[in-house]
Design a protein around this ligand. Structure first.
Ligand code: SIN
Length: 290
């Protein structure tokens, strides 16, 4: 490893563990993800529980809370503590317009999220985070895990020279790109937005690399050829560096909450012919600044 790569990891791994009073946070890896215990999400959280849950979210970026039996109202209530709920695009034909069903069965032609992406990055004000609650998962050992990558660290592990080039650039994120030439579902309003390539997290001010292969299509300050080459290099960072990622193995009635501002995720489709079912609520964020 280069010295700047070691520095980036050491900065996180030498951080002293935080003490909580109302919950426990067991890190999944030193750099991303934590399993939270001590909370019952079917009840309203106390102010202190909520404050600690928010702190753990900013520290770990992905929180995994297992063995929760919650209703859609409980799910909505928890999400609403973080911001306005984001309507599903396209609106679901029936049911709650804020609840996206994530459902795969043996007949499914397509599996949502089976590639590295960031929910809502093509929106002018991208999503703050997503809360996915799975009630039905493949048999143990049959797959269906979700991977999450820390995009702060992805940025910090780049060479200083490349970081300073990226700092002044923007990128176009296009909602249609995720369909890879296929027709989007009826009623889908394809967003298209330009965001800084290097964003400062709105709550922690820490820099992060804001690109993802599903939606990011172009760096407008560069030629077509240069843009393609640089984006391909940046997309490969997530795949090439296992140190950036954690892998969540789902069990029934698990809720996972991830920060869409600084995390990419990848749902793995390796569980045919099993069924996987859950509901996701996304939370609105604000404009992203460099
Ligand atoms: C998503 O991409 O938001 C869904 C993630 C998953 O199904 O694990």
């Amino acid at each position: 490893m280069e010295s700047y790569e070691l520095d980036a990891v050491e900065h996180i791994t030498t951080r002293p563990p935080r003490e909580y009073r109302t919950l426990s946070a067991a890190p999944l890896t030193p750099v991303i993800g934590a399993e939270i215990t001590g909370l019952d999400l079917s009840r309203e959280l106390t102010e202190e529980q909520l404050r600690e849950f928010k702190t753990a979210f900013l520290d770990h970026h992905v929180l995994v809370v297992r063995d929760q039996v919650i209703t859609q109202q409980d799910h909505r209530r928890l999400a609403a503590h973080f911001g306005e709920l984001r309507p599903v695009n396209p609106p679901p034909p029936e049911g709650d317009p804020y609840v996206l069903e994530i459902s795969t069965n043996p007949e499914a032609a397509n599996v949502a999220g089976n590639g590295w992406h960031t929910d809502g990055s093509a929106d002018a004000e991208p999503s703050l985070g997503s809360m996915l609650y799975l009630t039905r998962v493949p048999e143990p050992g049959s797959g269906g895990d979700t991977l999450f990558a820390n995009m702060h660290l992805a940025y910090e592990m780049l060479s200083p020279a490349l970081r300073s080039l990226l700092d002044g650039l923007t990128a176009i994120h296009d909602g249609l790109a995720a369909f890879q030439g296929q027709t989007p579902p009826e009623g889908y309003v394809a967003p298209r937005s330009e965001h800084p390539l290097v964003v400062r997290h709105p709550e922690t001010d820490r820099k992060l690399l804001y690109v993802n292969p599903a939606y990011t299509t172009r760096i407008p300050q560069l030629s077509q050829e240069e843009s393609r080459a640089l984006l391909d290099l940046l997309f490969a960072v997530t795949a090439r560096r296992p140190v950036l990622s954690c892998r969540v193995r789902w069990t029934p009635n698990t809720l996972v909450f991830w920060d869409n501002r600084c995390v990419q995720h990848h749902a793995t489709y390796d569980y045919y012919p099993f069924t996987r079912y859950g509901q996701r609520i996304a939370i609105n964020g604000g404009p992203l600044k460099g």
